[in-house]
Design a protein around this ligand. Structure first.
Ligand SMILES: *Cc1c(COP(=O)(O)O)cnc(C)c1O
Length: 248
Protein backbone atom coordinates (compact mmCIF):
# COMPACT_ATOMS: atom_id res chain seq x y z
CA UNK A 1 0.00 0.00 0.00
CA UNK A 2 3.06 2.29 0.00
CA UNK A 3 2.18 4.45 -2.99
CA UNK A 4 -1.50 3.62 -3.08
CA UNK A 5 -2.59 7.22 -2.96
CA UNK A 6 -0.64 7.99 -6.06
CA UNK A 7 -3.01 8.54 -8.97
CA UNK A 8 -3.35 5.48 -11.19
CA UNK A 9 -1.23 5.31 -14.32
CA UNK A 10 -2.91 6.14 -17.60
CA UNK A 11 -2.85 2.50 -18.72
CA UNK A 12 -4.67 1.40 -15.53
CA UNK A 13 -7.20 4.16 -15.99
CA UNK A 14 -7.83 2.98 -19.55
CA UNK A 15 -8.22 -0.60 -18.31
CA UNK A 16 -10.77 0.49 -15.70
CA UNK A 17 -12.64 2.58 -18.27
CA UNK A 18 -12.83 -0.42 -20.61
CA UNK A 19 -14.03 -2.71 -17.79
CA UNK A 20 -16.64 -0.15 -16.79
CA UNK A 21 -17.89 0.21 -20.36
CA UNK A 22 -18.24 -3.58 -20.67
CA UNK A 23 -20.12 -3.92 -17.37
CA UNK A 24 -22.38 -0.95 -18.12
CA UNK A 25 -23.29 -2.45 -21.46
CA UNK A 26 -24.02 -5.85 -19.86
CA UNK A 27 -26.31 -4.10 -17.36
CA UNK A 28 -28.03 -2.15 -20.14
CA UNK A 29 -28.59 -5.33 -22.17
CA UNK A 30 -29.89 -7.22 -19.13
CA UNK A 31 -32.30 -4.39 -18.32
CA UNK A 32 -33.53 -4.28 -21.91
CA UNK A 33 -34.04 -8.06 -21.94
CA UNK A 34 -35.97 -7.86 -18.67
CA UNK A 35 -38.05 -4.88 -19.78
CA UNK A 36 -36.60 -2.79 -16.96
CA UNK A 37 -35.34 0.77 -16.93
CA UNK A 38 -31.55 1.01 -16.57
CA UNK A 39 -32.03 3.64 -13.90
CA UNK A 40 -33.49 0.96 -11.64
CA UNK A 41 -30.13 -0.82 -11.30
CA UNK A 42 -27.17 0.61 -9.40
CA UNK A 43 -23.73 -0.88 -9.94
CA UNK A 44 -21.54 -1.23 -6.88
CA UNK A 45 -17.84 -1.53 -7.76
CA UNK A 46 -16.35 -4.16 -5.43
CA UNK A 47 -12.81 -2.89 -4.91
CA UNK A 48 -11.53 -5.43 -2.35
CA UNK A 49 -7.80 -6.20 -2.82
CA UNK A 50 -7.44 -3.16 -5.11
CA UNK A 51 -5.88 0.13 -3.99
CA UNK A 52 -7.47 3.46 -3.14
CA UNK A 53 -6.14 4.87 -6.42
CA UNK A 54 -8.42 2.51 -8.33
CA UNK A 55 -11.41 3.75 -6.32
CA UNK A 56 -10.52 7.37 -7.05
CA UNK A 57 -10.12 6.58 -10.76
CA UNK A 58 -13.46 4.71 -10.88
CA UNK A 59 -15.26 7.62 -9.22
CA UNK A 60 -13.63 9.89 -11.79
CA UNK A 61 -15.15 7.65 -14.45
CA UNK A 62 -18.64 8.03 -12.96
CA UNK A 63 -18.89 5.22 -10.39
CA UNK A 64 -20.93 6.32 -7.38
CA UNK A 65 -21.01 3.21 -5.17
CA UNK A 66 -18.14 1.10 -3.87
CA UNK A 67 -18.17 -2.20 -1.96
CA UNK A 68 -15.63 -3.73 0.44
CA UNK A 69 -15.75 -6.93 2.47
CA UNK A 70 -13.06 -6.58 5.16
CA UNK A 71 -13.07 -3.86 7.77
CA UNK A 72 -9.31 -3.64 8.16
CA UNK A 73 -8.78 -3.09 4.46
CA UNK A 74 -11.83 -0.89 3.95
CA UNK A 75 -11.19 1.51 6.84
CA UNK A 76 -7.77 2.51 5.52
CA UNK A 77 -8.92 2.66 1.93
CA UNK A 78 -11.93 4.83 2.73
CA UNK A 79 -9.66 7.24 4.61
CA UNK A 80 -7.24 7.44 1.66
CA UNK A 81 -10.07 8.02 -0.79
CA UNK A 82 -11.56 10.73 1.43
CA UNK A 83 -8.12 12.36 1.67
CA UNK A 84 -8.13 12.53 -2.13
CA UNK A 85 -11.33 14.57 -1.86
CA UNK A 86 -13.53 11.82 -3.29
CA UNK A 87 -16.72 10.62 -1.56
CA UNK A 88 -18.37 7.53 -3.05
CA UNK A 89 -21.10 5.72 -1.17
CA UNK A 90 -19.37 2.88 0.74
CA UNK A 91 -21.16 -0.46 1.06
CA UNK A 92 -19.86 -3.02 3.52
CA UNK A 93 -20.67 -6.42 1.97
CA UNK A 94 -18.64 -8.97 3.97
CA UNK A 95 -19.21 -11.07 7.05
CA UNK A 96 -18.91 -8.70 9.96
CA UNK A 97 -17.87 -9.47 13.51
CA UNK A 98 -19.70 -7.52 16.17
CA UNK A 99 -16.45 -6.08 17.54
CA UNK A 100 -15.89 -4.36 14.17
CA UNK A 101 -19.21 -2.50 14.26
CA UNK A 102 -17.67 0.63 15.78
CA UNK A 103 -15.11 0.86 13.00
CA UNK A 104 -17.50 0.11 10.13
CA UNK A 105 -20.12 2.72 11.07
CA UNK A 106 -17.47 5.43 10.76
CA UNK A 107 -16.98 5.04 7.00
CA UNK A 108 -19.79 2.83 5.68
CA UNK A 109 -22.95 4.37 4.26
CA UNK A 110 -24.61 0.97 3.97
CA UNK A 111 -23.98 -2.37 5.69
CA UNK A 112 -25.41 -5.08 3.42
CA UNK A 113 -24.48 -8.11 5.48
CA UNK A 114 -26.64 -7.93 8.60
CA UNK A 115 -27.76 -11.47 9.34
CA UNK A 116 -28.36 -11.66 13.07
CA UNK A 117 -30.24 -9.78 15.75
CA UNK A 118 -27.02 -9.52 17.76
CA UNK A 119 -25.17 -7.87 14.86
CA UNK A 120 -28.09 -5.46 14.29
CA UNK A 121 -27.93 -4.45 17.96
CA UNK A 122 -24.16 -3.96 17.86
CA UNK A 123 -24.47 -1.78 14.74
CA UNK A 124 -27.30 0.21 16.31
CA UNK A 125 -25.25 0.96 19.41
CA UNK A 126 -22.20 1.87 17.32
CA UNK A 127 -24.32 4.02 15.01
CA UNK A 128 -25.89 5.93 17.91
CA UNK A 129 -22.42 6.64 19.34
CA UNK A 130 -20.42 7.23 16.16
CA UNK A 131 -22.69 8.76 13.51
CA UNK A 132 -24.93 11.79 13.13
CA UNK A 133 -27.51 9.97 11.00
CA UNK A 134 -28.87 6.42 10.84
CA UNK A 135 -26.93 3.70 9.07
CA UNK A 136 -28.61 2.11 6.04
CA UNK A 137 -28.79 -1.63 6.47
CA UNK A 138 -29.68 -4.57 4.24
CA UNK A 139 -30.53 -7.92 5.73
CA UNK A 140 -28.46 -10.63 4.10
CA UNK A 141 -30.62 -13.69 3.42
CA UNK A 142 -29.53 -17.25 2.94
CA UNK A 143 -31.01 -18.61 -0.28
CA UNK A 144 -30.27 -22.26 0.49
CA UNK A 145 -31.00 -22.12 4.23
CA UNK A 146 -27.44 -23.14 5.13
CA UNK A 147 -26.84 -20.99 8.20
CA UNK A 148 -23.15 -21.92 8.30
CA UNK A 149 -22.38 -19.74 5.28
CA UNK A 150 -24.10 -16.62 6.59
CA UNK A 151 -27.43 -15.03 5.85
CA UNK A 152 -30.64 -14.78 7.85
CA UNK A 153 -33.05 -17.66 7.39
CA UNK A 154 -36.39 -16.95 5.65
CA UNK A 155 -39.33 -18.60 7.36
CA UNK A 156 -37.28 -19.52 10.42
CA UNK A 157 -38.40 -18.64 13.94
CA UNK A 158 -34.77 -18.69 15.12
CA UNK A 159 -34.69 -15.68 17.47
CA UNK A 160 -31.22 -14.55 16.36
CA UNK A 161 -30.94 -15.66 12.73
CA UNK A 162 -34.52 -15.78 11.43
CA UNK A 163 -35.21 -13.23 8.67
CA UNK A 164 -38.24 -11.72 10.43
CA UNK A 165 -36.54 -11.30 13.83
CA UNK A 166 -33.51 -9.66 12.17
CA UNK A 167 -35.71 -7.29 10.13
CA UNK A 168 -37.75 -6.39 13.22
CA UNK A 169 -34.56 -5.66 15.15
CA UNK A 170 -33.43 -3.28 12.39
CA UNK A 171 -36.84 -1.58 12.15
CA UNK A 172 -36.89 -1.10 15.92
CA UNK A 173 -33.40 0.43 16.05
CA UNK A 174 -33.15 4.24 16.01
CA UNK A 175 -29.61 4.11 14.63
CA UNK A 176 -30.51 1.89 11.66
CA UNK A 177 -32.71 2.20 8.58
CA UNK A 178 -33.95 -0.90 6.80
CA UNK A 179 -33.19 -0.62 3.08
CA UNK A 180 -33.95 -4.13 1.85
CA UNK A 181 -32.26 -7.46 1.23
CA UNK A 182 -28.91 -8.76 0.01
CA UNK A 183 -27.97 -12.25 -1.12
CA UNK A 184 -25.21 -14.26 -2.73
CA UNK A 185 -26.14 -17.18 -5.00
CA UNK A 186 -25.14 -20.38 -3.16
CA UNK A 187 -22.27 -22.43 -4.57
CA UNK A 188 -23.53 -25.22 -6.74
CA UNK A 189 -26.91 -23.65 -7.51
CA UNK A 190 -27.90 -22.57 -10.99
CA UNK A 191 -28.14 -18.76 -10.84
CA UNK A 192 -31.69 -18.91 -12.21
CA UNK A 193 -32.89 -21.22 -9.45
CA UNK A 194 -31.13 -19.11 -6.82
CA UNK A 195 -32.47 -15.75 -7.97
CA UNK A 196 -35.99 -17.07 -8.62
CA UNK A 197 -36.06 -18.30 -5.03
CA UNK A 198 -34.66 -14.97 -3.84
CA UNK A 199 -37.35 -13.08 -5.77
CA UNK A 200 -40.04 -15.01 -3.85
CA UNK A 201 -38.40 -14.20 -0.54
CA UNK A 202 -38.04 -10.55 -1.56
CA UNK A 203 -41.69 -10.24 -2.63
CA UNK A 204 -42.90 -11.61 0.70
CA UNK A 205 -40.46 -9.35 2.54
CA UNK A 206 -41.60 -6.25 0.68
CA UNK A 207 -45.22 -7.01 1.51
CA UNK A 208 -44.25 -6.67 5.18
CA UNK A 209 -41.74 -3.83 4.72
CA UNK A 210 -42.90 -1.77 1.72
CA UNK A 211 -40.22 0.88 2.31
CA UNK A 212 -37.42 -1.70 2.01
CA UNK A 213 -37.07 -1.67 -1.77
CA UNK A 214 -33.40 -2.58 -2.27
CA UNK A 215 -32.48 -6.02 -3.60
CA UNK A 216 -28.71 -6.44 -3.80
CA UNK A 217 -27.93 -9.53 -5.85
CA UNK A 218 -25.70 -10.52 -8.75
CA UNK A 219 -21.94 -10.37 -9.21
CA UNK A 220 -19.59 -10.50 -12.21
CA UNK A 221 -20.69 -13.98 -13.25
CA UNK A 222 -24.44 -13.79 -12.74
CA UNK A 223 -25.56 -10.16 -12.88
CA UNK A 224 -27.83 -10.72 -15.90
CA UNK A 225 -29.89 -13.35 -14.11
CA UNK A 226 -30.06 -11.23 -10.95
CA UNK A 227 -31.38 -8.27 -12.96
CA UNK A 228 -33.96 -10.52 -14.60
CA UNK A 229 -35.22 -11.46 -11.13
CA UNK A 230 -35.42 -7.93 -9.79
CA UNK A 231 -32.00 -6.91 -8.46
CA UNK A 232 -31.78 -3.16 -7.82
CA UNK A 233 -28.07 -3.31 -6.97
CA UNK A 234 -25.39 -5.52 -8.53
CA UNK A 235 -21.99 -5.96 -6.88
CA UNK A 236 -19.29 -6.23 -9.51
CA UNK A 237 -15.62 -6.87 -8.78
CA UNK A 238 -13.56 -8.94 -11.19
CA UNK A 239 -15.42 -7.99 -14.39
CA UNK A 240 -14.57 -4.38 -13.62
CA UNK A 241 -11.17 -4.41 -11.94
CA UNK A 242 -9.68 -7.72 -13.08
CA UNK A 243 -9.21 -11.11 -11.46
CA UNK A 244 -8.16 -10.90 -7.83
CA UNK A 245 -4.92 -12.68 -6.96
CA UNK A 246 -6.54 -14.91 -4.33
CA UNK A 247 -10.09 -16.13 -3.87
CA UNK A 248 -11.69 -14.31 -0.96
C1 LIG B 1 -16.25 -10.18 -3.89
C2 LIG B 1 -17.71 -10.02 -3.78
C3 LIG B 1 -18.48 -9.64 -4.88
C4 LIG B 1 -17.90 -9.38 -6.26
O1 LIG B 1 -17.53 -10.60 -6.85
P1 LIG B 1 -17.04 -10.67 -8.39
O2 LIG B 1 -17.31 -12.07 -8.77
O3 LIG B 1 -15.59 -10.32 -8.37
O4 LIG B 1 -17.83 -9.70 -9.16
C5 LIG B 1 -19.85 -9.47 -4.69
N1 LIG B 1 -20.43 -9.70 -3.50
C6 LIG B 1 -19.73 -10.08 -2.42
C7 LIG B 1 -20.45 -10.31 -1.14
C8 LIG B 1 -18.34 -10.26 -2.52
O5 LIG B 1 -17.65 -10.65 -1.44
Amino acid sequence: MTDSHAPVRPDRRAELAAGLARVRSRIADACAAAGRDQGEVTMIAVTKTYPAGDVVALVGLGVTDVGENRDQEAAGKAAEVAAAGVTPRWHFIGQLQRNKAKSVVRYADVVQSVDSVRLARALDAASAAGRDRPLDVLVQVSIDGDAARGGALPGSADPDAGLDPVAEAVVGADGLRLGGLMAVAPLGWEPERAFARLAEVAAAFRARHPEATVLSAGMSGDLEMAIRYGATHVRVGSALLGMRPTLR
